[in-house]
Design a protein around this ligand. Structure first.
Ligand code: HEM
Length: 309
C-alpha cells in the first residue's frame, strides 16, 4: 500500500532517537553558517531558464552540517554531512539546494526512514539501540543498504571544504521553450576530496569541522564546481537510492564560491528552513516520494524550533 507516514510522526521518531534540544533543528542540528556566491554557465542556461544560471553572481547563504539531532555528535562520526544553499535571486526570489555527502539516500520511501528511526530508538535498559531491531530493519529494508555501505566504507571528510555534496534526487531542468531535461547534480570541491584516515578518525577530536572551515575561508575562498548529469530514458527518476550509470554525460553548470564562515548562533543561516522544494522557475522537482516528503517534515521541525525560542 502507498500510505505514507505523517511528517509529525516522523519528526517525533527522530526526537525519539536524539531527544529534543529546544529551539534547534530536529536533524542536522550541528552546523556552521557560511556565505558566498554562485555563478552559472551558458551550457546550463541552455537547459534551464532558472535565474541561477544567468551568468551573474547570485548571493548564497550556506549551512554545513553533521546529520543527526544530537548537538554532541562527534565530527568523526561515520554519518552524513550536509551542505544547504539558499540562492538569493533577483526580485526577492529564492532557490534552495540541500545536499548530502553521499551519492545516494538510505530510503526509497518515507516509511523506510521512519522504520530506521524506530529501530535506532535507544532501549531504556541499555541506553543504546537494540541490535536485534537493527538486524531486522536491515533484513527488511534493502533500500537502506547502498547508503549504509557507502557511509561504512568511506571515512568522513577532513573538512567541509574537501567534500563532494550530491543533490541525490532527480530534478527537471526546464528551458525557455518549456522542454524538460532530467538531471542529477554533484558539487565537486576544487580543494579535492580529502577524507580522514583511519588514524585521524581516532585523533581528530569531536569538533574540528567548524574551525577548519572558518580557517579555510580566511585563507581565501573555497570553491565547488556544480556538475550536472543528463538522464536518459530508463534512468531512475523517483528512487533516490539508485544511482545512474557513471557514463552519463555531465556538464559544468556553475561554480559555488564560499568566502566566509562563522558559528551558527545568531548568524544568517540559523533561522532558515532549507526546504528543498523552494525553487525558482527553471528547475522543478520530480515525483520522488522522499523529495516530496522532505518539505512537510522540515516544516514540522522548523515550526517546533521557532515556537520554542
Ligand atoms: C525521509 C527523508 C528525510 C527526512 C525525514 C529528513 C528530515 C530532516 C529534518 C527534520 C531536518 C531539519 C529541518 C529544520 O529544522 O530546518 C533536516 C535537515 C537536513 N536534511 Fe533532511 N531529511 C530527509 C532526507 C534528506 C535528503 C534526501 C537529503 C539530501 C539530499 C537531506 C539533507 C538535509 C540537510 C543538508 C539538512 C540540514 C539543512 C540545514 O542546514 O538547515 N535530507 N532533514
Amino acid at each position: 500500500d502507498n500510505a505514507q507516514p505523517g511528517a509529525d510522526l516522523v519528526v517525533g521518531a527522530i526526537e525519539g532517537v536524539f531527544g529534543v534540544t529546544p529551539g534547534e533543528r530536529r536533524n542536522h542540528i550541528k552546523g556552521t553558517c557560511a556565505a558566498g556566491e554562485f555563478v552559472g554557465t551558458r551550457k546550463a542556461a541552455r537547459l534551464s531558464k532558472s535565474p541561477l544560471f544567468s551568468g551573474k553572481p547570485v548571493p548564497v547563504v550556506a549551512r554545513f552540517s553533521v546529520s543527526g539531532g544530537n548537538t554532541k555528535v562527534p565530527d568523526v562520526a561515520k554519518s552524513g554531512r550536509g551542505m544547504a544553499l539558499e540562492f538569493q535571486l533577483p526580485k526577492g526570489k529564492l532557490h534552495h539546494i540541500t545536499m548530502l555527502n553521499t551519492p545516494m539516500f538510505g530510503a526509497a520511501q518515507p516509511q523506510t526512514f521512519l522504520d530506521l528511526m524506530l529501530a535506532l530508538k535507544p532501549d531504556p535498559a541499555t541506553g543504546k539501540p537494540d541490535p536485534e531491531k537493527m538486524k531486522a530493519f536491515k533484513a527488511s529494508h534493502p533500500d537502506n543498504l547502498a547508503q549504509a555501505d557507502y557511509l561504512a566504507s568511506n571515512n568522513p571528510p577532513a573538512s567541509y571544504a574537501s567534500s563532494s555534496y550530491w543533490g541525490i534526487h532527480t530534478f527537471k531542468f526546464i528551458d525557455k521553450k518549456g522542454t524538460a531535461t532530467l538531471v542529477r547534480w554533484q558539487f565537486v570541491p576544487q580543494d579535492g576530496e580529502k577524507r580522514l584516515s583511519d588514524d585521524e578518525l581516532k585523533t581528530a577530536g569531536a569538533n574540528f569541522l567548524e574551525s577548519a572551515l572558518i580557517e579555510r575561508t580566511k585563507q581565501g575562498p573555497a570553491r565547488w564546481d556544480m556538475l550536472v548529469s543528463i538522464g536518459q530514458p530508463g534512468d531512475s527518476e523517483t528512487d533516490p537510492t539508485v544511482l545512474w550509470p557513471a557514463e552519463r554525460p555531465r556538464i559544468k553548470a556553475g561554480t559555488l564560491t564560499i568566502s566566509r564562515a562563522e558559528a551558527q548562533k545568531g548568524a544568517p543561516c540559523e533561522p532558515i528552513n532549507f526546504d528543498p522544494l523552494v525553487m525558482a522557475p527553471g528547475i522543478q522537482p520530480t515525483d520522488d516520494p522522499i523529495l516530496r516528503f522532505r518539505s512537510p517534515t522540515y516544516a514540522v521541525s522548523f515550526g517546533k524550533r521557532l515556537s520554542e525560542r
